[in-house]
Design a protein around this ligand. Sequence first.
Ligand code: KIV
Length: 271
Amino acid sequence: MSVHQEIKRVTTHRLTEMKQRGEKISMLTSYDYSMAKLVDEAGIDVILVGDSAANVMAGYETTLPITLDHMIYHGASVVRAVKRALVVVDLPFGSYQGNSREALNSAIRIMKETAADAVKLEGGAEIIESVNRILTAGIPVMGHLGLMPQSINKYGTYSVRAREKEEAEKLLQDAHLLEEAGCFSLVLEKIPAELGKKVAGELQIPVIGIGAGNGVDGQVLVIHDMLGMTQQFSPRFLRRYHNLATEIKGAVSNYIEDVKSLDFPNEKEQY
Ligand code: KIV
């Protein structure tokens, strides 16, 4: 690309247009500058600075411990790298559920201190007051229904959600509620493919799935999982595009061997 060619940024409006013309939306997580730069340069549509950072970056069992300050640190690092993708930052557990004023303050901090494009919140009717208040301030909101990892202590398990009629109906109602409130998009996590397709078919806004089948408008995965950096985590919905764990360990053990054997650095690698 020539220096004079401007990169056309992905906007929330562009995502809606993609849905309208049936073009699928690609979304991946990133949490740091170097990875986000590669992911953006590869042409991803949306980068999610997910609170899954709690798991893959910080080693916590759940997403609950990550703080607003941590999310801002990750969000700002990603935004500094990105030239094209839409950047969405997760509001962490405890920063929006309690009251809508706190939710608005948290969202404002994210927008001011990271310069991201939007925020994402988990939940439907229970958090609609917070969603409304954030939207009133002109901050684009992405919803998140189905398996909501911030509620793991309520579920007690990470298994598929909304298999039963009652939960499926509530999810559908919540999806409509979020769309009517003005959310620009919705993530559906780990639900039956048929339900994912139904939600995407009924809503005008783009529905992005993770373990929600291929009848939705786009897909999202955690970058560490799809690159094969995480090894223990193997849900059915995960496709690994690489085996970076093996590659990285191989490279590190070659380096160790070269250092020990005095092979590195050689004459050309010194001053
Ligand atoms: O935090 C995250 O990575 C997410 C995705 C799994 C959608 O919310």
